[in-house]
Design a binder for this molecule. Structure first.
Ligand code: SAH
Length: 214
């Protein structure tokens, strides 16, 4: 669980790269600069930890590209103490970034192996979100409504259950599309019955799947 000077140096370069690609929020950049991404990688990919790319994390899933993590986090405009529901814990890297922003995080993963691994790792690193094993399409109504909802897998459409669990004035960021790519959509809940939806460009995510892995 070592975070050496070399790792810190590589992370600073990654932050510069992400800034040059257009991320402006200094709080987001500070969070990326703080979270030791190499600890979230599979051992075979350790040398690539601070490259701005997605990599396999097992169970056919990937750790998101740092730029994408920063982009989604910036769009969500996370404020300290906000309740954030994350769909797709995966490696737990994005979860750690949200926690560094001061959010209260509720994170759901449908792959049992990743749920167990990320829970163990994050607890070791003293990150304490609420972890759930389950199907993110349903959200987690018991703890809602949420100020923000972040979906980190490509969804075929915007799940109605998730809109229900958003506070009025809240925002959801969700990549919507199929295996050929997704559009980054932002859903702002402007009243109990109305939303405003905007498109923030094309991205590539693993698909959001129904049900759980076992
Ligand atoms: N935020 C993660 C991204 C992981 S990739 C990271 O930074 O590492 C997307 C994750 O979403 C995968 O782990 C996948 O298993 C999970 N996922 C896909 N469909 C899901 C669903 N319906 N509910 C919960 N998690 C889901």
């Amino acid at each position: 669980m070592e975070d050496s000077f070399r790792h810190k140096g590589l992370r600073k370069k990654l932050v510069d790269e992400i800034r040059s690609k257009g991320i402006k929020c200094e709080r987001v950049l500070a969070a990326i600069n703080t979270v030791p991404r190499h600890l979230f990688m599979e051992s075979g990919f350790l040398n690539f930890s601070y490259k701005d790319s997605a990599f396999p994390i097992g169970a056919g899933q990937t750790i998101s590209q740092p730029y994408t993590v920063a982009f989604q986090t910036e769009l969500l405009d996370i404020k300290p103490l906000e309740k954030v529901l994350e769909i797709g814990t995966g490696s737990g890297y994005q979860t750690a970034v949200l926690l560094e922003m001061g959010a209260k995080v509720y994170t759901i993963e449908r792959q049992h192996e990743l749920y167990v691994r990320s829970k163990t790792l994050l607890e070791k690193l003293n990150y304490t979100p609420h972890f759930f094993y389950g199907d993110g399409y349903k959200g987690k109504p018991t703890y809602g409504p949420y100020h923000k909802i972040l979906v980190t897998a490509g969804a075929p459409e915007i799940p109605a259950d998730l809109i229900k669990q958003l506070m009025v004035g809240g925002k959801m960021v969700i990549p919507v599309g199929d295996s050929t790519g997704q559009k980054m959509m932002m859903v702002e809940k402007i009243s109990e019955t109305e939303t405003r939806i905007s498109n923030h460009g094309r991205f590539a995510f693993v698909p959001m799947l129904k049900g759980t892995s076992k």
